[in-house]
Design a protein around this ligand. Structure first.
Ligand SMILES: Cc1cc2nc3c(=O)[nH]c(=O)nc-3n(C[C@H](O)[C@H](O)[C@H](O)COP(=O)(O)OP(=O)(O)OC[C@H]3O[C@@H](n4cnc5c(N)ncnc54)[C@H](O)[C@@H]3O)c2cc1C
Length: 362
C-alpha cells in the first residue's frame, strides 16, 4: 500500500508515524513545499530571538525518517491531484501515484486588504523564511515596531520585539478589547490593565487601519489570523467550505483522500491549534489504515505566557460566572444550565487540564 501525505507540518508527521505503527511495510511519502524538515511551527515566534536551530525545533531528525523508512520530499509543492487516476502532479511536472492520500496542507497567514500592505517593511509570519526575514530586520535595528492584530500570536510577537530591543511596540487591534474571542470581557480588561503597565508597549484598541504608510513604523507584522489552505483541494473538485470538508473519520468526499490539521473542516469546525492538528494527523493516519476511529473535536482552548503573565482559557464564556481570587491568582468559571462550559485562569495553571477535561465532559 502506498500512502502519500501532502504537507510538512505536525499533522503530516503524526499521520506518517500512525501509518507506520499500523503497517511495517507500507510505502510512506511526505511531500512538503518547505525546504526544511518539518519543524514545530510555534517555535517560529519564540525563535525570533534565539534562532531556529536549537533543540526541539525539528519535529523529528532526518535520521528518524530514514530509520522509519518514511520518504520526505522537501521543496516539493503539489500542484494538482487527479483522483480518478489516484495521482498527484508536482510543481516540476512529475507524477506520483497513491493508494491513500492525506491533505495536511495547513493554513496561510491572512493579510488585510488595505493600501500599503505590500510595503517592504510589512511582514507576516507562517513559515521559516518569514521568520528569518523578520529576525534579520530586527537584528538590523528597529526603533518602532507595530503588530497588527492583538491575538495570542500578536501579543507573543509584541513581547519578542520588546525583548529584542525595539524601543516601542504598538499593538493595533480592531476589536475594543484583547482576546475577546478567547475569554470574557472582565478577563480581557484584566489582561489589558496588566499590559498597559508594560514599558514600551502601546495598545491601540478599537482601531481599524484603513491604510499603511511607510512612516507608520519601522517594522510592521500583520498577525490577523490564518485561513485554511484549500486551493489545491478546490482545484481538484474536493468539497470545501471554509476549509476542506471531512466527515468524522477525516475522509473528504473524494475516494481515499483524507484531510487533517489546520486545512480541515470537521463538523463546521476549524481549530488552528497545534495539539489538535497533531491529534487529527494521528487519527487520519490510523483511519487511512482502516481503524475507523471518529475524531472528536475538542473545545477551543488558549494558553498565553508572556509579559510576566500565565493565562489559560477554554470553552465558552457566557452564562453564570463564578470568580475566585487567591494569592494574586484569578479563576473564573462559566456555567450554562448548571454545567461547566468555560474557564479562565490567570496565574496558577495547575487546574487547566482538570478544567479542560470537565468542559469536555470527561
Ligand atoms: C508563528 C506561529 C506561532 C504559533 N503558535 C502556536 C501556539 O503557541 N499554540 C498553538 O496551539 N498553535 C500555534 N500556532 C498554530 C499551529 O502552529 C498550527 O495550528 C499547526 O502548525 C498546524 O499544523 P498543520 O500540520 O495542520 O499545518 P502547517 O503547520 O501549516 O503545515 C502545512 C504544511 O503544508 C505545506 N503545503 C501547503 N500546500 C502544499 C502543497 N500544495 N504541496 C506541498 N506542501 C504544501 C506547507 O508548506 C506546510 O509545510 C502557531 C502558528 C504560527 C504561524
Amino acid at each position: 500500500m502506498k500512502y502519500v501525505i501532502i504537507g510538512g507540518g505536525v499533522a503530516a508527521v503524526e499521520a506518517a508515524i500512525a501509518i507506520r505503527k499500523s503497517s511495517s511495510d507500507a510505502e510512506i511519502v511526505i511531500c512538503s513545499a518547505e525546504k526544511s524538515y518539518p519543524y514545530r511551527r510555534p517555535f517560529l515566534s519564540k525563535g525570533l530571538l534565539k534562532g531556529f536551530d536549537g533543540d526541539g525545533f525539528l519535529q523529528k531528525s532526518a535520521e528518524f525518517y530514514q530509520r522509519e523508512n518514511i520518504t520526505v520530499r522537501l521543496g516539493c509543492r503539489v500542484e494538482t491531484i487527479v483522483p480518478e487516476r489516484k495521482e498527484i502532479v508536482l510543481a516540476d511536472g512529475s507524477r506520483l501515484n497513491y493508494d491513500k492520500l492525506l491533505l495536511a496542507v495547513g493554513a496561510r497567514s491572512c493579510c488585510l486588504p488595505i493600501p500599503g500592505c505590500d510595503l517592504p517593511n510589512v511582514m507576516t509570519l507562517r513559515e521559516l523564511p518569514d521568520a528569518e526575514k523578520i529576525r534579520k530586520t530586527i537584528a538590523a535595528g528597529v526603533k518602532h515596531a507595530m503588530v497588527i492584530g492583538g491575538g495570542v500570536l500578536g501579543l507573543e510577537l509584541a513581547e519578542v520585539l520588546l525583548e529584542a530591543g525595539c524601543g516601542k511596540v504598538s499593538v493595533v487591534e480592531s476589536a475594543p478589547g484583547l482576546l475577546l474571542r478567547n475569554m470574557d470581557a472582565v478577563s480581557s480588561a484584566q489582561l489589558q490593565k496588566h499590559l498597559e503597565s508594560i514599558p514600551g508597549l502601546e495598545l491601540q484598541l478599537g482601531v481599524k487601519l484603513e491604510r499603511i504608510t511607510p512612516d507608520l513604523a519601522d517594522l510592521i507584522i500583520m498577525s490577523v489570523g490564518a485561513v485554511p489552505e484549500k486551493s489545491l483541494a478546490e482545484r481538484c473538485g474536493i468539497s470545501c467550505n471554509r476549509g476542506i470538508k471531512t466527515d468524522a473519520f477525516l475522509r473528504t468526499d473524494a475516494a481515499d483522500i483524507y484531510a487533517a490539521g489546520d486545512c480541515a473542516e470537521i463538523e463546521n469546525c476549524i481549530t488552528g491549534i497545534y495539539s489538535t492538528a497533531s491529534s487529527m494527523g494521528k487519527a487520519a493516519g490510523a483511519n487511512m489504515c482502516g481503524a475507523e476511529t471518529p475524531f472528536v473535536p475538542e473545545p477551543p482552548s488558549m494558553r498565553f505566557m508572556g509579559f510576566g503573565l500565565k493565562l489559560f482559557s477554554c470553552g465558552t464564556f457566557s452564562g453564570e460566572m463564578e470568580e475566585f481570587q487567591e494569592n494574586g491568582n484569578t479563576k473564573r468559571l462559566f456555567y450554562e444550565n448548571g454545567k461547566l462550559a468555560g474557564a479562565v485562569l490567570f496565574g496558577d495553571m495547575r487546574e487547566s487540564m482538570k478544567l479542560f477535561n470537565a468542559i469536555m465532559g470527561k
